[in-house]
Design a protein around this ligand. Structure first.
Ligand SMILES: Nc1ncnc2c1ncn2[C@@H]1O[C@H](COP(=O)(O)OP(=O)(O)O)[C@@H](O)[C@H]1O
Ligand SMILES: [Mg+2]
Length: 258
């Protein structure tokens, strides 16, 4: 993860911070404004669920890094990242699995689960079970399920999943927070869509837009905005433009970028 570039910041009317896009054509609202919105309910002790949807290379993990920073600053909970590919460059104590934590407890508030590339894949259900066990001890946590598709197939949870869906359906009241990332909208089961407070969406087309509309997130205006996002057509350091959607609520008309 490269150091954040210093943004070209200008002060916009009504005090909203805007940035000029790398192309100099479009003004972005600072991603921190979206982050504040995403974590608003933490203040009342609830957990949050945030979805990140976009093609590979669009900026989901980059955004997730910054969102976890907001969480760490906003509350005293633990942050864990399910980094199944092991390429995220996340800070924290690295463990191969949840069971490895028992022999080697973490030293700080950040934990990264990276499986042995030649061993068993990371079991997201076991990560969710661990998150529920923390909640039972009144310990708040945020898990980044960086690739939620590792726990599901074609819109259904893997057989035997119980605690992972419950993170979404029952986690809010007990202080369980989750950030889930996905490349393909159709791979994600119903619960993350129906129970997420905020969805950050990078460029998407076709089927994904139809799914977002069916799930109550988009309208024709926001669909047009999602289609107009640059996605991976620009060099990596210029990527990251996204919209913030909330289910059943009108689009705020903004394009964000961290
Ligand atoms: N807002 C941003 N500012 C600068 N670089 C970004 C931004 N968003 C994404 N990138 C860069 O784009 C590349 C792909 O981002 P990444 O988060 O890994 O994508 P994804 O997780 O969607 O596959 C990385 O090199 C990342 O540093
Ligand atoms: Mg990623």
């Amino acid at each position: 993860m490269p150091a954040l570039r210093s943004p070209l910041a200008i002060e916009a009317p009504r005090g909203q911070r805007l940035r000029v896009s790398p192309q100099g054509t479009q003004a972005f609202t600072a991603g921190t404004v979206a982050a504040k919105e995403c974590f608003a309910s933490l203040a009342s002790g609830e957990g949050v669920r945030i979805g990140l949807l976009g093609d590979t290379g669009s900026g989901k993990s980059y955004a997730a890094h910054l969102l976890t920073g907001h969480y760490l600053a906003a509350c005293r909970g633990l942050v864990a990242v399910a980094d199944s590919k092991g390429d995220g460059g996340w800070p924290g104590d690295v463990r191969e699995s949840v069971s490895a934590l028992a022999d080697d407890p973490p030293t700080g508030r950040e934990i990264v689960f990276i499986p042995d590339p030649f061993g068993e894949p990371l079991d997201l259900e076991s990560v969710a079970r661990w998150q529920w066990a923390l909640a039972a001890r009144r310990c708040r946590s945020l898990v980044v399920y960086d690739e939620i598709s590792d726990g599901c197939a074609e819109g259904e949870w893997l057989r035997g999943s119980r605690d992972l869906p419950r993170v979404f359906t029952h986690g809010r009241r007990v202080g369980i927070s989750a950030i889930w990332g996905a490349q393909f909208a159709q791979q994600v089961p119903r619960e993350p869509y129906e129970c997420s407070s905020c969805l950050l969406v990078w460029r998407q087309a076709g089927n994904a837009l139809a799914i977002l509309r069916r799930r109550g997130y988009t309208d024709p205006r926001s669909e047009a905005a999602i289609l107009a996002l640059p996605g991976d057509a620009v060099p990596p350091e210029q990527r990251g433009a996204f919209v913030l959607l909330r289910r059943g609520r009108p689009w705020d008309g903004r394009t964000y970028r961290f």
